[in-house]
Structures are given as structure tokens and as C-alpha cells.
Design a binder for this molecule. Sequence first.
Ligand code: AMP
Ligand code: GLY
Length: 436
Amino acid sequence: MNILLLGSGGREHALAWKISQSSDCTKLFVSPGNAGTSLFNVTENLVQNSYDQSDFQRIANFIQQQNIELIVVGPEAPLVAGITDFLKNNSSTSDVLVVGPTQAGAELEGSKDFAKQFMQKHNIPTAASHTFTAETLEEGLKYVKEQTLPIVLKADGLAAGKGVIICTSYDEATETLRDMLQHQKFGTASQKVVIEEFLDGIELSVFVLTDGKNYHLLPEAKDYKRIGENDTGPNTGGMGAVSPVPFADEAFMSKVKAQIVEPTIQGLAKENIDYRGFIFLGLMNVGGNPYVIEYNVRLGDPETQAIIPRLESDLVELLVATARQQLSEVQVNISLQAAATVVMVSGGYPESYVKGKVISGLSDKAESLVFHAGTEAKEGKTITSGGRVLAVTSLHSQLTSALEQTYAQVDQLFWKDIYYRKDIGQDILGYLANGK
Ligand code: AMP
Ligand code: GLY
């Protein structure tokens, strides 16, 4: 079948890599894609045509013209904007199989207030919280003073991963709340602010593939969000990932399934929300108990680059079964190998950085997987075109060896002002050595 994948990051390169291996994939179009996504025989980037992800009509026309049978939506923005509903309600595309929830389902990520209400309604463990608006600012300021420090403030809407501020003093929390509600610090995204209790624990990312009735767990992963080593400096989209996560053992994962995954899927069904796609649970493990920090309605980046290589099953078969509500009829097989992913970024990221640097060392003989993110093919060269540029993944029976192989591959790659973290996975190695 012909397949269309929306997105341009490392996540989409990893998905394209796996989708293109399926015997069910005749042709894969990636819109807009990057320099890596066009490297497979069956793939074609639509970057020349600059398909705007928010131009749903053009996407619908393309689906019709190219006889696309399956569309996979990588990032959250088109889902929150309602691409699934648009395609389903459009007579020429109503039969296309869509992996990605409807707009109502995408609110789990699109509105933190919606997500909190959903969790409260369906008894899903999460930090205690209250939501405030400009009209209720004074109550919000009073609420802040009644909480213990640190206090977590979250912009309600999509804020490119920057909308969460952990305040360590009452003054900072007060000022931040005013900035968000009165001065639109995050534009319309902070018209509502969720004030939340701080959860002290270890984070992990759990990925669920659901057709709205049944589900399969994909491998879990740990993401490294901060720019600096030892988790210092500003948050980024993610600087590396490892999978599996040793503390996500059977006992913990059975709590995740019973207390979070199943009530989430049942809650969506009770609210008549048609959800066929990925649910990415950002979880905090607090003393062995899972709490939801956030829902995302897509896969993570760079977690995808670590978890998809561990997936042994045919991804197209799984995606088709998701869209057709036939997930109970397929199996998900996961490799026991460990995956180690290191993200290589442009110096300066997540603040300002220079694009257009020539990347050297790329080779189709690399032993590791080199996934592209912010890259572009230009005049026979591959150049940097974003903050996060490449993600290197290796698989091995031991995480130490996977990390060694990944870093050996990272050493082969170069551009001016390159940066990457050298400590990815070290905390997990410590956990494996000490059991905590
Ligand atoms: P989010 O954008 O929701 O992923 O939040 C960004 C980061 O803020 C998370 O990855 C956590 O590290 C942190 N965070 C969010 N909510 C909480 C919370 N309630 N307690 C502790 N840390 C949090
Ligand atoms: N790596 C975190 C995210 O994709 O949101």
C-alpha cells in the first residue's frame, strides 16, 4: 500500500526506516521529511512541494491523487488542529486509514487542563492541581501561597515543550503566574495555567498503541531532557534515550496498565472519543507507584529512535490494525536487546544556533543507526537545518556495549559547533549496578 507519514524529525526518520522494511509498504511519502527519510528505496520526501501540515485540504488532495491507504501523523500539532476529523469527514478521504486520534482525543496533549480533568474523572493517579485564568488570578496567587515548594506551573496549551516552570520560591511562582496569565508569557497557550504539586521521583516514558478498544504496550524508554550533563541547564526536546528502563519491571508495569493505561482507554471510550493511535505517557515513579505527568498523543522524540529498533513486529501491520480497530488480532514482539540513543545538536541549542553547517562522516556502512532530524540535502551535501541534527542508536544485549557502540559512531560524525551529552545512560548503568 501507499503510505503517507507527516513530520520531519528523528522520530519520523525512525518510523520511515521501520515502515519501509514492511512488505506491505509499496511507497512511503514523508511530508516534509528530512535528508534521512528519503534514503530508502520506497520513500519520497514531499519537501519540494512544501506540504504545509496545517493545509489539510492539500493533504487530502494528495491522499486521493497518490492512492494513499494509510496516513501516520508524527507530531501533535496537526492532531490537535483536527487532521483526523478532517480526513474522516471529507468524502474523498473518509476511507483512508488514519493513525492519530481525533481532535477531541488530541486534547489530552493540547490542553493540560483537559488532561487533568480527565484524570480526575477517571481516577488516574496524577499530581493534585488547580487551574486558573486571568479572571481568577487573585485566587491563583492565594492558592500558590498555600502550597509547599517547589510549585509546578504549566501553560494549558501547546508551548513547544517550554510551558512547564518549576518554581522554587513563592516569589518566583507569583511572578511566573502573573507573567503567564496577565502578560501572555506563552501567548494563548497560557490563557489557563495549571498549578500542580511537585512529584519527587524518577521519570520514564511509556508508549501505548491503541485502537480505542484494545492496546499493546511498546517498549518504554528514559529520555534525557536537559541540555547539560548530570541533568543541568535548560530543557530541550530530548538529548538521548535508553530502552528498556530497569525499574519498569513487571510489578511496576502491571500498576501502569491497571491504574493508568486501561482507565485511560476506558475513559476515552466512555466520553465517546475515537482514539486510534499512540499514547505517550510521561510518568513519574514515586516510590514504586506511577503518576501521570503528562499525556502526549504521539510518539516521543528521541524515544522513538530507541524503541522502534527494538520492535521486531511489522510496524505497518500494527498501524493498519490500529486504524481498523483490529489490534486484538495482532501481536507485538519486542527484542530483549538494550537500545542507546544519543542526540547530536547544533551548538547553542536550545537557544539560538547557526544552521547550514556541512555534516561529515555519514556513511551507509555505519554499524549503528544514524537517524536524521534537522538535516537537509543541498548540492550533494548534507547540512544542518535545525537544533537537533542527528540521533545515533545502537542495540546490544548489554546497555554498556550499546552505549559504547553509539558513542564510537558519534565520534565519526562532525560539523562545526557540534554538541552532545556524554553521560546518556549513566544513571541507568548506576541503577543496574546498585539496584537503585
Ligand atoms: P512536560 O512539558 O509536561 O513534559 O513537563 C516538563 C518536565 O517538567 C517533565 O518532564 C518533568 O521533568 C517536569 N515536571 C512536570 N510536572 C511535574 C511535576 N508535577 N512534578 C515534578 N516534575 C514535573
Ligand atoms: N522526548 C519528549 C517528547 O517527545 O516530548
